[in-house]
Design a protein around this ligand. Structure first.
Ligand SMILES: Cc1ncc(COP(=O)(O)O)c(C=O)c1O
Length: 419
């Protein structure tokens, strides 16, 4: 199947009107503890526009059936929505065709699939897997497990004080034994945008394949897997305004064709006898069992939503809000920003001297401000900075400068409490 353009019904917005965008997200008018919600936790999970809620509701009201299996109309509708979302996902990241899109449960699921299928069949003792200090636990632990299983060795690229990958040290770490490089496109803990094009180019020059963890990139950046020339690209629907429990593994077709299945079960087979099972074609070979069909319908709507927005204008808006937030937090007495990379998106991690991030988070919550506090599933990043936790304000397309002012006032209140 070839990728389709975003639904013709979705009107293309050529400018970015944040107030209009905010009206698309019903939860943003919620009050918490009697205060208007200021949601600054989108890197954790984003909020969902009405179009996504409607798509899931419509699915259950008008199309609920299993896919690929029955001849009745509801199954046809469900299959259409499911395969339609696959085609939309291909268009969204400019994949060459929908067959290179495996629908998964999310980023974690996609990374584990590659580790256990590609990694386990291709890696031998002494081979090397390269990751960085910036990675989310999802892009560390599956590789550690693979190394334990195969005898391969994990190599870690250091980061500098700004929170940027040291590209020279990365190049020096690559060796003739490097088989796989797995790097985040954008760091969830610090917001650093990694130079993935360069990372991929250098890995390819050494004959290694590259997986890019795009969980934090797709809500902000326009991603083009063909321009990046990556071998695998993984992301989650729930961080890009879609529902939880759905994600994408993009893989180069020849790699996917050569990989063994990850899990066995229904839908991933062509024929089963007790003597021999023949597997289904790519991508179905990797999609065992009944998937999250309603979630995939919502994911399709989330892609339509994002593709109908002027992404450059949305990013410019987000960048301006991030810049404003950085400057305002810097003004607070005792504030220390963790992660000051030259290229960042969506995330502001910081500490307030003398205040535990969890205490700050609790007071912020009482003021209606939702942030994440803790190690953000990135303990090595925290270790790198010698801290146990940070306060992380993370942005979506719907956040405003006024909300940053509310955050800063609430942080001043934290300061007063701990004075
Ligand atoms: C960079 C990064 N990678 C992977 C993940 C894991 O995503 P999921 O929990 O949706 O599988 C996250 C989630 O925060 C992330 O930020």
């Amino acid at each position: 199947m070839t990728p389709t353009a975003p639904s013709a019904a979705a009107s293309v917005r050529t400018t970015f009107d944040v107030e209009k965008v905010r009206r698309d997200f019903p939860i943003l008018s919620e009050r918490v503890h009697g205060k208007p919600l200021v949601y600054l936790d989108s890197a954790n999970t984003s909020q969902k526009p009405q179009a996504v809620l409607d798509a899931m509701d419509d699915y259950y009201r008008h199309a609920n059936a299993n896919i690929h299996r029955a001849t009745h109309l509801l199954s046809e509708r469900a299959t259409g929505l499911y395969e339609g979302a696959r085609a939309k996902a291909a268009a969204f990241i400019n994949a060459p065709d929908a067959k290179s899109i495996v629908l998964t449960k999310g980023t974690t699921d996609g990374i584990n699939l590659v580790a256990q299928s590609y990694g386990r069949s291709m890696l031998r003792a002494g081979d090397e897997v390269v990751i960085s200090w910036l990675e989310h636990h999802s892009n560390i632990v599956p590789w550690q497990m693979l190394c334990e299983q195969t005898g391969a060795v994990l190599r870690i690229v250091p980061i500098d004080d700004r929170g940027e990958i040291d590209v020279e040290q990365y190049a020096a770490l690559l060796s003739p034994r490097t088989r796989l490089v797995a790097m985040s496109h954008v760091s969830n803990a610090l917001g650093t945008i990694n130079p993935v094009r360069e990372i991929i180019e250098q890995a390819h020059a050494r004959g290694a394949v590259v997986l890019i963890d795009g969980a934090q990139a797709v809500p902000h950046l326009v991603v083009d897997v063909r321009a990046l020339d990556c071998d695998f690209y993984v992301f989650s629907s729930h961080k890009m305004f879609g529902p939880t429990g759905v994600g994408v593994l993009y893989g180069r077709r020849p790699l996917l064709e050569a990989m063994p299945p990850y899990q066995g079960g229904g839908d991933m087979i062509a024929s089963v006898t007790f003597e021999k099972t023949l597997y289904n074609a790519v991508p179905y070979k990797f999609e065992a069992g009944t998937p999250n069909i309603g979630g995939v319908a919502g994911f399709g709507a989330a892609i339509d939503y994002l593709m109908a927005i002027d992404r450059d204008a949305a990013l410019a808006h987000e960048d301006a809000v991030l810049e404003y937030a950085t400057a305002r937090v810097r003004e607070i007495r005792g504030a220390r920003i963790i992660g000051e990379a030259r290229h960042k998106t969506g995330v502001l991690s910081f500490l307030l001297e003398g205040v535990h991030p969890h205490d700050a988070g609790t007071i912020l919550d009482r003021e209606g401000v939702a942030v994440r506090t803790g190690q953000h599933c990135a303990q090595p990043v925290m270790d790198r900075y010698g801290v146990t936790a940070t306060i992380r304000a993370s942005l979506g397309i719907y956040n405003t400068r006024e909300e940053i002012d509310i955050l800063v006032n609430a942080l001043q209140r934290v300061r007063e409490v701990f004075a």
